[in-house]
Design a binder for this molecule. Structure first.
Ligand SMILES: NC(=O)CC[C@H](N)C(=O)O
Length: 480
């Protein structure tokens, strides 16, 4: 199990790389994180929802993802409130207080253990990931994702620290010192991550950590800016472009407070023709060539935000000027006439007008739609793929379909404005080329194969870790 001295120390990327290394060495690894908190989710082949990080790790392990890999997913949907997904299905909303302090953790832990046991019969080894810091003393006795899980799985535990943040000695030493004796025994190694500069300069630091903790340091991993692995959660958003640029096609993604599935735009962001940025600036929205309203975990609250920030006005103006305006999932719902939430699944507000660009009305239902799909786009024969995750059901006063899924119309298009429920739509070159083709930008003619690009980066990551980590030790300490 790979755990951290805190969040964002690089756990999920290291697990991704370890999955790829183990696969290359002939093992049959599978990732597992008991509980994830993220608004970037994915849908399994059997139509169930899990965190995207585990889907990415499964891809690195070259297997299909299943809900066993992430049995509990928390999706923040309001102030101190999350939708709780168990085994891929929502079981209701909970406040942070009742989730973390209530009594349901017992039940969730037994469900988590079931998922792990099932995964463990199919794959070997299961590579577990912890969450946040392992030393949250006030939450420890209700823990279902860190050392209690490691104890149950009898896992060898590796503690990851982020040296880029500073305080690495105190955080490693402190994290271990605060564990009880049984927990301490599980810690088999320390990994110092995100090192910038000459590693040999840290030789002494490494020895000091080993003396202090009596635990071996298995590697000091250099910061790798040139390896692309999808970000785990909205922390990743902080590192994204926020400003308009020149010389490329400027795509503005509206930075909604409850933005979900921003991974939808990773492929577009990598396109050499494009400068994609996340913004709340009216001026930059005005200058952008294309505006995208992304998915949202709380469509009504985010629609209110568009109005109060006057971004709604800017989007309407852009539309009147025939600029491309695209809505994905929650963003698609906002393009319509109205959004209603009669069962209060997301909000206390019953109904709110949308931007009114598309003649559609959305009602948030109590059943969630989660499915992978194959579709054709704008009458093009080529079969594309994506996935749907939404509570909303949208009815059209008159539908001008954008896509067809198994001969059924989906989404809406009218000239330069279109909307769809399909996430991952821009991972398909057909759609990207269509979006960009009217802009005059020089571009090398070879096609950008996103899948091949991701594969190349999993291998790069595996190589990078193998060069800097004592993998032999990790393999010798496998406990399955
Ligand atoms: N992923 C999304 O954008 C979901 C949109 C909206 N919150 C719904 O559930 O219908």
């Amino acid at each position: 199990m790979f755990v951290g001295t805190g969040s964002d120390v690089g756990k999920s990327i290291i697990v991704t790389g370890i999955c790829r290394i183990l696969k290359q060495k002939g093992f049959a690894p599978a990732p597992f994180k008991a509980q994830n908190m993220s608004l970037n989710s994915y849908v399994t082949k059997d139509g169930l929802e899990i965190g995207r990080a585990q889907a990415v790790q499964a891809e690195a392990a070259e297997i299909d993802c299943t809900t066993d890999m992430n049995p509990v997913l928390l999706k923040p949907s309001g102030k101190n409130k999350s939708q709780v997904i168990l085994h891929g299905k929502p079981i209701g909303d909970q406040t942070a207080r009742s989730y973390f302090l209530g009594n349901n953790k017992q039940h969730l832990f037994s469900e988590v253990k079931k998922a792990f046991d099932h995964l463990n019969t199919q794959y070997s080894p299961v590579v577990l990931e912890g969450a946040g810091s392992i030393s949250e003393l006030n939450l420890k006795h209700r823990d279902i994702v860190n050392l209690r899980m490691a104890q149950y799985a009898n896992a060898s535990v590796y503690l990851i620290a982020d040296i880029d943040r500073g305080g690495v000695f105190a955080s490693v030493y402190g994290s271990i010192a605060l564990l009880d004796e049984n927990e301490k025994k599980l810690i088999k190694g320390i990994i110092i991550n995100k090192f910038r500069g000459d590693i040999s300069l840290f030789e002494e630091g490494k020895k000091l950590i080993e003396e202090l903790t009596k635990v071996p340091v298995l590697g000091v991993i250099p910061y790798a800016k040139d390896i692309y692995i999808e970000e785990e959660d909205s922390l990743g958003l902080e590192e994204k472009n926020k400003k308009i640029s020149q010389g490329k096609i400027n795509i503005a993604v509206v930075l909604l407070p409850f933005i979900s599935n921003f991974t939808d735009f990773n492929r577009l962001e990598k396109d050499k023709r494009v400068h994609l940025f996340y913004t709340r600036s009216k001026e930059d929205l005005k200058k952008a060539d294309i505006i995208i309203i992304p998915g949202s975990k709380n469509t009504i609250a985010d629609m209110q935000f568009l109005r109060s920030s006057a971004l709604a006005q800017e989007i309407l103006l852009a539309h009147e000027q025939n600029k491309k305006v695209v809505g994905i999932c929650g963003g698609f719902q906002m393009l319509g006439h109205s959004i209603s939430d009669p069962h209060n699944v997301e909000n206390d507000i019953q109904t709110i007008p949308g931007l009114g660009i598309i003649p559609a009305n959305t009602v948030l239902a109590s059943e969630k739609t989660t499915k992978q799909c194959q579709f054709t786009f704008k009458g093009n024969d080529k079969l594309c793929s994506g996935y749907e995750i939404h509570m909303g059901v949208t009815d059209f006063e008159e539908q001008l379909p954008l896509n067809f899924i198994d001969n059924k119309p989906e989404g809406y298009i009218n000239n330069n404005c279109w909307g769809t429920y399909i996430h991952g739509i821009f991972d398909n070159s057909t759609i990207v080329d269509d979006l960009l083709n009217e802009f005059n930008i020089d571009y090398p003619s070879e096609e950008f194969d996103y899948q091949a690009y991701k594969e190349e980066n999993y291998n790069k990551l595996a190589h990078h870790l193998e060069e800097n980590l004592n993998m032999q030790y990790i393999i010798e300490n496998l406990t399955y």
